[in-house]
Structure formats: C-alpha cells, structure tokens
Write a protein that binds this ligand. Structure first.
Ligand SMILES: Nc1nc2c(ncn2[C@@H]2O[C@H](COP(=O)(O)OP(=O)(O)OP(=O)(O)O)[C@@H](O)[C@H]2O)c(=O)[nH]1
Ligand SMILES: [Mg+2]
Length: 277
C-alpha cells in the first residue's frame, strides 16, 4: 500500500473509532505482555483521552512473570486499572468480569446496557478476550493480523454489550526497531516488514541477556557463546534442516521458523521490553 492510501484508510478507521468511542462507557485497551510499550498505539491512546479505560497485558502466558509484574507497577502509575491476562485460560476471566462489574456505571439517568469496546493493534488477542468473556467462540480469531475486519457488537450477557474492533495501527509513528518488534509478535501484515531483519533483531534480543541467550542455545542446540547473529541464524537453519537446493542454509525459511517458534511460545515465556526505570 502506498503511504497516501494507508493514511486515507487510517483516517477513516480513526473516524469510525471516534464515533464508537462516544457510544461506550468503558474501553478495554489490549497490549501484548511481551511488548507492552511498542504494542501500544500512541495515536489511539490520544484519541481515548479521558475515557474510562482498563489496560490489559494479554498473552501474559508468553511473557516473563517477573517483568510483567514490573509493567503492572509501571502502568499502575497511569491511574487506570491494569491487569495481566491469558485469554486462553478459562479461570482468569472471573477476575476480569469482577473488574468490569466494578467499573459498570450505576447511576445512568436512562436505562441502557453497559457498553464496552475492545481496542488495540492487530493480533494482540482482542477477539479472543471477547470470546473468553462470552464463554464461546463467536468472534473469529487467528494467529495473523487483520482477522477482524469490521467492528462488531456482541451481547456478553443481559445488559452488557462489547464492541470488537479491528486492529488499529499507525505505522508512520514507528521507528525501525518498533516496526521489527511488531513484526516479531505477528502484528504486521506480510510484506510490511522484513522477515529476515525481524529474525535477526529477535536473535539480538536473545543475546542481550544471559537467561535468553541460554534458552536460544539450548533450544536450537547451538554451540555456546556464538556472537554473530547471521552465524547463529545459519546454525539454527542447520539444526532445523532449513536448506535450499544443495547444502546452503535457507535464511528466509529459518527466519520464518524462528519467528513462528517465538510466537507460539515454544521457547518458553520471553519478554522483549522492560518498563523505563
Ligand atoms: N498464548 C496466548 N495466545 C493468545 C492469547 N490471546 C490470543 N491469543 C492468540 O493470538 C492470536 C490472535 O488472537 P485474536 O483474538 O484473533 O487477535 P485480535 O487482536 O482480535 O486480532 P485482529 O482481529 O487481527 O486485530 C490467536 O492465535 C489467539 O489464539 C493469550 O492470552 N495467550
Ligand atoms: Mg480480532
């Protein structure tokens, strides 16, 4: 998509969001617990303004508990309720329901339902949260961005309505690193980022900490203490049998495999961002 086309599309989306915002009592802002800062859309945040809002660090099962704790403390400074959530687990929904019930407006002049809206960038789990609250799969979900195409009202229970919205991203505000990190968590469409660069960026994040370095080495049976990212990619490719015709390692395939392993969480819980100190 050309820059002009994206801008026009985003403006339309923003306008729609603004209209919906006026209809709701509460916004559920969903972030990815592995990347809470970069998975936040600052433009969206600005639009939400003083609206009543809760912040959900979703996919908490894929993030490191201790760092999620640091994020919860940090975000609590915004004076909005914030909770870590795993939309794939049934048990956790009770806590969220209690919070929603607590935030429900009690003194409405006219009788109407409690209206909520779930917002966030693509693939953070907005529709999965809705399905979890509903206790059945009504909204389509999937491990790629752009699954939800249009906003959709769902009746959660008598007197509670929730609007599921499509992922909302403002690409022009991002620097290269944020862009790659969003590619890593699967929030960008294919072609919007360079897969090989995203994989190399991810390897660099693994190398930056002793704990994650060891995870990478053990998971892909690498020699210890390799430093060069490309060399590491080649070794991962060899370990996983990602070859082109002949014996040359296919770096693109290896990159896709590494990203897929990370997104599925098979390397264990790993957080890519810490809150500022
Ligand atoms: N491990 C884990 N996976 C999750 C969680 N929540 C959602 N997912 C998965 O993440 C993927 C994206 O979920 P969706 O609910 O479709 O995300 P979305 O934000 O609605 O995405 P768009 O509609 O594309 O904007 C799916 O494969 C879900 O199964 C979670 O808490 N933990
Ligand atoms: Mg969705």
């Amino acid at each position: 998509m050309k820059k002009k086309q994206i801008s026009g599309f985003l403006l339309k989306e923003e306008k729609r969001l603004q209209e919906n915002l006026e209809l709701v009592d509460l916004v559920l802002e969903v972030l990815d617990a592995r990347l809470p800062a970069s998975s936040r859309n600052p433009r969206l945040l600005k639009m939400l303004g003083p609206k009543k809002r809760i912040v959900i660090l979703n996919k908490a099962d894929l993030a490191e508990k201790e760092i999620t704790g640091c994020w919860l403390n940090f975000l609590a400074g915004e004076k909005r309720p914030v909770l870590a959530f795993n939309a794939k687990r049934k048990a956790e929904v009770i806590q969220m329901e209690k919070l929603l019930d607590f935030l429900r407006p009690r003194l409405t002049k006219y009788k109407r339902s409690f209206r909520m809206m779930v917002v966030g960038i693509p693939n953070v789990g907005k529709s999965t949260i809705l399905n979890r609250l509903l206790q059945k799969s009504v909204a389509r979900t999937g491990n790629m961005p752009g699954i939800t195409r249009g906003a959709q009202w769902i009746k959660l229970r008598a007197g509670w309505d929730l609007l599921d919205t499509p992922g909302f991203l403002s690409p022009f505000l991002r620097n290269e690193e944020s862009l790659l990190s969003l590619g890593v968590i699967g929030s960008l469409a294919q072609g919007a980022y360079d897969v090989e660069n995203a994989a190399v960026w991810l390897v660099m994040q693994f190398l930056a900490r002793e704990k994650t370095r060891r995870i990478l080495e053990n998971f892909y049976s690498l020699q210890p203490d390799l430093e060069n990212c490309l060399e590491i990619m080649v070794e991962i490719g060899k370990a996983r049998g990602c070859f082109k015709k002949g014996a040359e390692v296919d770096i693109l395939k290896t990159s896709q495999l590494l990203l897929s392993d990370f997104r599925k969480g098979v390397l264990g819980p790993i957080t890519l961002e810490r809150p500022p100190v």
